[in-house]
Design a protein around this ligand. Structure first.
Ligand code: GFB
Length: 322
C-alpha cells in the first residue's frame, strides 16, 4: 500500500483507532484522514454520506464502535446494538458508494457461541447460541462481517474483517462500572492501595477464562492484515467465512488476572469475589492459526502490557476522577 494513500481511520479517538493511527504513522503513512464526532456523527447516514462525498479516501479502517464491559453490555443493550449497526451500515455502505475498494472492519471475539469449542476457530461463527450478556453487541458485529462479505460477493470489493480477543492498553476506558475487566481492576486496585483498603472486590466467581491482547499488538495485526495482497487474504479465508481472529493464544482465569494486576499495582490486601455479579462466557480463547499462518504473532506479554498500561493510567488519571 502506498505511503501516500489517503487512509480514513474511523474511531481515531478510541483506544483501538488511536493505536492504529500511531502504527500507521510509525510506518510512514502520511495521509491519514480522521473526522470529528461533532461534525460527522457516524450513526447518521447523511453525515457519513456527505463526509465520503467531500473527502477523498482510498482505504478505511473501521475502528469506530460503541464498546463496554459486561455490565455496560447488559445494561444498555439498545445502544450497543443500535449504534454499532448504524456505524457499520453507514461507513461500509458509504465507502462502497464512494468507490473505496479496500476496508478493514474490526469485530470482537464475542461473535462466537457461548459454548463454542475452545480455542474458538473462525468456523465457529453462527454454530450456536450467543452469551446473553452481550448478544445485542455480538449480533451487530456479526452483521458487520456479513456486510463486508456481501459487498465482496456482489460488488467484488475487498472488505476484510478481524476479530480481536479482549483488548486493553493506553486510552482505555477506566470507568468503575462500564469498562472492561482490566481497566476496571487497575483503577480499583490502585484506589485500594492509595486508601489502604483491606479488600478489593472482583466481580463474578473468578473462574472465567479470558485471553487479553495489548492494543498496540492489535493495531500491528490490523495493518498487517490490511497490507496483505488480495490473493493471499483470499487464499487464507473463504468468501462467507472471511474474518480472521487476532489474539495471543494464551488465556488465564479472572482470579489469576486479578492477582497479576494486584502485583503490578503493588496492592497487598485481600482479593474477594462478588458472585452476585455475572461471569459472562466461561471461556473465550481464540484459535489464531489463520493469523499465524499469515506470519503474524503478538509481541507484548500480559504482565509487561499491564505494567505499561498502569504507567499510562498513572500519568492520565486526572481524566478519571469522579
Ligand atoms: O472485561 P469484561 O467486562 O468482558 O469481563 P467479557 C470479563 C470477566 O471479568 C467477567 C469479570 O467474568 C467479569 O465478571 N470481572 C471481574 C469484571 N471484575 C470485573 C470488573 O470490575 N469489571 C468488569 N467489566 N469485569 C465483554 C463483552 O465481555 O467482552 C463485550 O461484554 C466485548 O461485548 C468484550 O466483547 C471484549 O469478556 O465478559
Amino acid at each position: 500500500m502506498s505511503r501516500d494513500a489517503r487512509i480514513f481511520v474511523a474511531g481515531h479517538r478510541g483506544m483501538v483507532g488511536a493505536a492504529i493511527v500511531r502504527r500507521l504513522e510509525s510506518l510512514g503513512y502520511r495521509n491519514l484522514v480522521t473526522c470529528d464526532r461533532k461534525t460527522v456523527d457516524l450513526t447518521r447516514q447523511a453525515d457519513v454520506e456527505s463526509f465520503f462525498k467531500d473527502t477523498a479516501v482510498d482505504y478505511v479502517y473501521l475502528a469506530a464502535a460503541k464498546v463496554g464491559g459486561i455490565y455496560a453490555n447488559n445494561t444498555y443493550p439498545a445502544e450497543f446494538i443500535y449504534e454499532n449497526l448504524m456505524i457499520e451500515c453507514n461507513v461500509i455502505h458509504s465507502a462502497h458508494q464512494a468507490g473505496v475498494q479496500k476496508l478493514l472492519f474490526l469485530g470482537s471475539s464475542c461473535i462466537y457461541p457461548k459454548l463454542a469449542p475452545q480455542p474458538m476457530a473462525e468456523e465457529s461463527l453462527l454454530q450456536g447460541s450467543l452469551e446473553p450478556t452481550n448478544e445485542p453487541y455480538a449480533v451487530a458485529k456479526i452483521a458487520g462481517i456479513k456486510l463486508c462479505e456481501s459487498f465482496n460477493r456482489q460488488y467484488s470489493r475487498d472488505y476484510r474483517s478481524v476479530m480481536p480477543t479482549n483488548l486493553y492498553g493506553p486510552n482505555d476506558n477506566f470507568h468503575p462500572d462500564n469498562s472492561h475487566v482490566i481497566p476496571a481492576l487497575i483503577r480499583r486496585f490502585h484506589e485500594a492501595r492509595e486508601s489502604r483498603a483491606p479488600q478489593v472486590v472482583v466481580w463474578g466467581s473468578g473462574q472465567p477464562m479470558r485471553e487479553f491482547l495489548h492494543v498496540d499488538d492489535m493495531a500491528a495485526a490490523c495493518v498487517h492484515v490490511m497490507e496483505l495482497d488480495v490473493e493471499t487474504y483470499r487464499a487464507h479465508t473463504q468468501p462467507m467465512l472471511s474474518h480472521i481472529n487476532v489474539g495471543t493464544g494464551i488465556d488465564c482465569t479472572i482470579r489469576e488476572l486479578a492477582e497479576t494486576i494486584g502485583r503490578v499495582v503493588g496492592y497487598e490486601g485481600e482479593i474477594v469475589f462478588d458472585s452476585s455479579k455475572p461471569d459472562g462466557a466461561p471461556r473465550k480463547l481464540l484459535d489464531v492459526r489463520r493469523l499465524t499462518s499469515l506470519d503474524w504473532q503478538a509481541q507484548i506479554g500480559l504482565e509487561d502490557g499491564l505494567r505499561s498500561t498502569y504507567e499510562w493510567f498513572l500519568k492520565n488519571q486526572e481524566r478519571y476522577r469522579g
